[in-house]
Ligand binder design. Structure first.
Ligand code: TRP
Length: 456
C-alpha cells in the first residue's frame, strides 16, 4: 500500500491551526481536573517533579514521534503505521499498535464524557448563584447530590457526547480552529485570575507552594511514579494516536519540533496554574488534598462563591472548562472515525454515530460507578477507577513505548531525519537518543518498578 501525500480528510490551514487544535486536544480535564486531584492523592512535590521529568524526557520526544508518523503516513493511525511499516520493510503487525490506540479512545472518552458532564452541570449552578457564600461542606454536598443521582449524570453525559459528535461529523478542521483560538486564551486569563485570588489566602498560599514544589520523596510510591508517567501521556494526548491523526493533517513544511515544544509548554503551564489556584483553597478551607476526583468540584466553587462577580466568572470558567474538554473529546473520537471511514467505507456521519453510540453506552459504567454501582469493584477499583487505571497507566504508556520503538528503531534514520527536518543534526541526534533509548527505558523501568522488579 503506497502512502498518500495528503490526507483524504484535508489539511490544517496553517501551522497555528495545528498548534491550536493539538493544544485543544492536550488542554482539558487532564490539566484542570485530573492533575490537581492526582497530585493531591500522591503527596505533591515529588509527584509533580516526576511528572515534569516525564513531560520532558518522554512526552516531548514521543509527541514528535507521533506527529512524524502521522504526517508521513497521512492516514488514520492503523493505516499510517501499516504503510510506514511496509515501506520500511517491517512487519505489518505494527498496525495493531494503531488498533490499541483506537480502543483506548473508546475507553477514555467513555469516562471523560461523564466528568465533562459534571462540569457542564456546574455552568447553570454557578450562573444562578447556587454557590454564593457556600461553605466547604455545602460545596461538597452540592457535588455529591449531582454524582449520587444517576439520571442527572446520565443526562449531562448524553449532552456532552452529543456536542462532541456534532463537531466530529463536521470534520475537525472546521469549527474547531476558531473556537480554540478564542477559548484557550480566555481560559488562561481566568486561571490567572483564580491564582491571583488564591494568592490572597496568605499562609495557605505558601503551604500550597510548598506542597507543590517542595519534593518529599518518601511520599513517592511505585504506583505514584506510574501515575505521574501515565498522566504525562494523558495530559499531552499521547499514546493512542490522537496527535498522530492531527499530525496526518499537518502541512509538510511545519517544524515538528517547534510545534511539539509549544504544545507541551502550554499544556504544562495550564496544569501548574490549576494547581496553584486549587491547593491554596484546599488548605485555606481545611479540606483534604487527597479528596480524589471531586476535588475541583468542591474547591473552586468556594472561591467563586466568595469573590465579587463570582457567579459570573465561575459560570464562564466552567463553560470554558467544558470547551477545553470538548476539544479534547473530539480528538479522542477522531482516530476512530478516521479509521471507520478509511477502512470500512462508512460516511463520517455514520462512523461518528456508531462510535459515539458505543462510547455513550460504555459511559454508563462510569455513571453508575459514582452511585448505584459503587460496590461493583474489580481489583479494588470501581468501573471508573479501573477504566482510568487501565487506559492512563497501562495502555497509553505501552502505546507510547511502542511508538518510540517504531519511530526510533523500525524507521530508517533517513526517513525520520527527512520528516523532522531538524537541519544539521544536533537536535535530531538528541531526539534520536531520547526516542531510541531514554524514553523506552524510562517507561520500562517504571513498569518494572511497579511489578516489584525494582525497588524504588
Ligand atoms: N489530553 C486531554 C486532557 O488532558 C485528554 C485527551 C484528549 C487524551 N485526547 C487524548 C488523552 C488522547 C489521551 C489520549 O484532558
Amino acid at each position: 500500500m503506497a502512502r498518500p501525500t495528503k490526507s483524504i480528510h484535508g489539511e490544517w490551514t496553517s501551522r497555528w491551526a495545528f498548534i491550536l487544535a493539538a493544544t485543544g486536544s492536550a488542554v482539558g480535564l487532564g490539566n484542570i481536573w485530573k492533575f490537581p486531584y492526582i497530585t493531591g492523592e500522591n503527596g505533591g512535590g515529588a509527584f509533580v517533579l516526576v511528572y515534569l521529568a516525564c513531560i520532558a524526557v518522554i512526552g516531548i520526544p514521543v509527541m514528535m514521534a507521533e506527529v512524524l508518523i502521522g504526517r508521513r503516513g497521512r492516514q488514520n493511525p492503523i493505516n499510517s503505521l501499516k504503510s510506514l511499516a511496509e515501506e520500511e520493510g517491517r512487519p505489518k503487525a505494527w498496525r495493531w499498535l494503531g488498533a490499541m490506540g483506537v480502543l483506548a479512545g473508546f475507553l477514555i472518552l467513555s469516562y471523560y464524557s461523564v466528568i465533562a458532564g459534571q462540569a457542564l452541570a456546574y455552568i447553570p449552578r454557578l450562573f444562578f448563584g447556587v454557590f454564593e457564600g457556600v461553605t466547604p461542606d455545602g460545596a461538597a454536598s452540592i457535588h455529591s447530590a449531582l454524582v449520587n443521582d444517576p439520571e442527572r449524570l446520565l443526562a449531562w453525559h448524553t449532552i456532552f457526547m452529543l456536542i462532541t459528535m456534532f463537531v466530529v461529523t463536521r470534520g475537525v478542521q472546521h469549527g474547531l480552529e476558531k473556537s480554540v483560538r478564542f477559548m484557550m486564551p480566555t481560559l488562561f486569563i481566568i486561571l490567572v485570575m483564580l491564582v491571583g485570588y488564591a494568592a490572597n489566602t496568605g499562609e495557605a498560599f505558601d503551604r500550597a507552594l510548598h506542597f507543590l514544589f517542595d519534593p518529599d520523596f518518601s511520599k513517592l510510591s511505585a504506583n505514584a511514579i506510574l501515575t505521574a508517567m501515565g498522566h504525562a501521556f494523558f495530559t499531552l494526548s499521547l499514546g493512542m494516536g490522537a496527535i498522530m491523526v492531527y499530525g496526518s493533517y499537518l502541512p509538510k513544511k511545519t517544524s515538528i519540533f517547534k510545534v511539539s515544544v509549544t504544545i507541551s509548554l502550554m499544556d504544562t503551564g495550564v496544569a501548574l496554574l490549576a494547581g496553584l489556584a486549587i491547593f491554596p483553597l484546599v488548605f485555606a478551607n481545611g479540606m483534604e488534598a487527597g479528596a480524589g476526583p471531586s476535588l475541583i468540584f468542591e474547591t473552586l466553587p468556594i472561591a467563586f462563591g466568595h469573590m465579587a462577580g463570582g457567579a459570573f466568572f465561575g459560570g464562564i470558567f466552567f463553560l470554558l472548562l467544558v470547551f477545553a474538554a470538548w476539544s479534547s473529546g473530539i480528538s479522542l473520537v477522531e482516530p476512530i472515525v478516521a479509521w471507520m471511514t478509511e477502512n470500512h467505507g462508512l460516511s463520517r456521519r455514520n462512523a461518528t454515530m456508531l462510535s459515539g453510540g458505543i462510547i455513550w453506552l460504555l459511559g454508563l459504567l462510569t455513571v453508575f460507578s459514582f452511585n448505584i454501582g459503587q460496590e461493583w469493584t474489580l481489583f479494588g477499583m470501581t468501573a471508573f477507577g479501573l477504566l482510568d487505571y487501565l487506559t492512563a497507566n497501562i495502555m497509553l504508556p505501552l502505546g507510547g513505548l511502542l511508538i518510540a520503538l517504531f519511530a526510533g528503531w523500525m524507521m530508517n534514520k533517513t526517513s525520520s531525519a527527512e520528516e523532522l527536518a531538524l537541519g544539521n543534526g544536533v537536535l535530531y541526534h538528541i531526539w534520536l537518543i531520547l526516542i531510541r533509548f531514554i524514553s523506552p527505558l524510562a517507561i520500562l523501568l517504571v513498569f518494572a518498578n511497579l511489578i516489584g522488579l525494582l525497588n524504588i
